[in-house]
Design a protein around this ligand. Structure first.
Ligand code: GLU
Length: 508
């Protein structure tokens, strides 16, 4: 399969939902896997729904994910421009071509007339009133008006639209790579508007014309577009491009965690997880929606998680780099049914990446986070902390939070833990321990461990008498990793000073 060309065609009407990112990802994986091209096309013909900043957001989000396009509004390419508003002048001729060939017509109905038609048909037929072969001859359009009347209306700048003339009782076949053959009778399809008198095409016309002119071979998009696919197939036929009709692949929906319906922005707010890749501030309401990036997710983890929401590799492997995804991906392994989004699994993926990244990379991010909290520390220390603490955390900031005591001596001591574990004899024991720690050289975990064991044997005090007190002195609570590891990282001087301070302050 050479020369595959696919596109991601978002409308800049707001931030990109994670389902949209998944659509972009599958397009990207398919293009890379087949040695083809991945295009980004901005579908901004609907001026009323245009939202400031949305296009920039979409590009930034895709770049953050590493979903990079070969052709697009900023990169150019041989089939541009890649923003539909800049292609505006191109669409009218195709609408006219359809009128000439009898596959489309002008309609002059006012909103009030359309409304009246709907009401009347509802009363007559009971259901599904639409502008179609059964009703078009009762309306005000170039099929029912005389040529003179039609031309007069067109010349008088009256509002008009161009509608497709859906044929009667024809079977339309959409061959979908995921759904198989989808057959629809054309009687169920209405005469959709293709072009408006403001000079703008509607989504359907612009989308098909651009897919054709940009030589798109596969249309991979969300399932919500499946009902439009028969119309698109008809447009290819009516425009004389039947042999260039792309293959379709309609992706199943992303579902709420409980499986009941489509994952929406409101579920994220309600259940406490982001549904957008990046944080988004609505320019009209100033409302902020959280993003995976700001929540501390690694882009690789986010992409890995999304890849598996709908596609499966056919093996138990769950962790995939982008390279591996490209290698393994195929549309045949995309399921038909919706995929439940599991926020806990998203965290699990981040945890995996936190474990597999190099200590150097993790440490840099930890250092940046610490700096935000006003803490400067040397990089060797940060590296040791990161190596010791990362398996307990899902996120960098969680790792930092759980590691603060390495960089700041405790100022308070957990009273509940102290009450239970800090005994009358604890200060005496800690004094003895700090005495022998002072003599240790080198001050590493192994030497400290040996010394503590030696002390336990000599003194007859079990670990239960020594360790909780030491831990409270070092951490300020009953949590944290092995005390010997903590000591080795914070160093001899700091260890002794923390023990001495606790002995003075903590009482049982
Ligand atoms: N502009 C449409 C959207 O926002 C594109 C649908 C398609 O891929 O055909 O989803």
């Amino acid at each position: 399969m050479s020369h595959t060309r696919v596109r991601f065609a978002p409308s800049p009407t707001g931030p990109l939902h994670m389902g949209g990112v998944r659509t972009a990802l599958y397009n990207y994986l398919f293009a890379k896997k087949t040695g083809g091209k991945f295009l980004l096309r901005i579908e901004d013909t609907d001026q009323k729904r245009y939202v400031d900043g949305a296009e920039e957001y979409i590009m930034e989000a895709l770049k953050w994910c590493g979903i990079l396009w070969d052709e697009g509004p900023d990169t150019g390419g041989g089939y541009g421009p890649y923003r539909q508003s800049e292609r505006k002048d191109l669409y009218h001729q195709y609408a006219l071509q359809l009128i000439k060939s009898g596959h489309a017509y002008y309609a002059f109905d006012t909103p009030e007339e359309l409304d009246a038609m709907r009401k009347q048909l509802e009363a007559e037929k009971g259901s599904n009133p639409q502008y179609d072969s059964s009703s078009r001859m009762q309306m005000r359009n170039s099929l029912t008006l005389s040529d003179d009347e039609g031309n007069h209306l067109l010349g008088s700048q009256e509002h008009y639209v161009i509608r497709i003339r859906m044929p009667e009782d024809e079977e339309v076949l959409v061959n979908d790579l995921i759904r198989g053959e989808v057959r629809v009778n054309s009687n169920l399809l209405d005469d959709k508007v293709l072009f408006k008198s403001d000079g703008m095409p509607t989504y359907h016309l612009a989308n098909v014309v651009d897919d054709y002119l940009m030589k798109i071979t596969h249309v991979i998009r969300g399932e919500e577009w499946l009902p439009s696919a028969p119309l698109h197939v008809m447009l290819y036929r009516f425009l004389g491009w039947e042999t260039a009709t792309p293959r379709f692949a309609h992706l199943p929906l992303l579902l709420k965690p409980d499986g009941n319906g489509k994952l929406s922005k409101r579920d994220g707010d309600r259940l406490g997880f982001p549904v957008f890749p990046l944080q988004w501030k609505d320019p009209n309401t100033a409302e902020i929606s959280s993003g995976y990036r700001e929540a501390g997710y690694f882009p690789e983890a986010f992409v890995n998680m999304l890849a598996l929401l709908g596609w499966n590799p056919g093996t138990d492997q769950e962790v995939f780099s982008m390279e591996e995804l490209i290698h393994e991906f195929s549309l045949e392994r995309v399921g038909k049914s919706g995929s439940k989004f599991d926020p806990e699994k998203a965290k699990w993926f981040n945890h995996q990446y936190l474990q597999s990244k190099s200590i150097g990379e993790i440490s840099q991010q930890v250092a940046a986070q610490l700096e935000k909290n006003g803490i400067q520390a040397d990089s060797t220390k940060i590296e040791s902390v990161a190596a010791l603490m990362r398996q307990r955390a899902n996120f960098i900031d969680e790792l930092c939070e759980q590691s603060m005591f390495f960089f700041k001596a405790p100022e308070t001591y957990d009273p509940t833990f102290a009450k239970k574990r800090w005994k009358e004899e604890t200060p005496g024991i800690l004094n003895e321990v700090s005495g022998l720690l002072k003599e240790l050289n080198p001050f590493d975990a192994q030497t400290i461990d040996a010394a503590l064991h030696h002390y336990m044997e000599e003194s007859g005090h079990g670990a239960g008498k020594i360790m909780p007190g030491l831990r409270l002195a070092l951490v300020g609570s009953g949590t944290g990793p092995d005390v010997k590891d903590i000591m080795a990282i914070i160093g001899k001087e700091e260890t002794i000073s923390r023990i001495e301070k606790a002995v003075l302050i903590v009482s049982h």
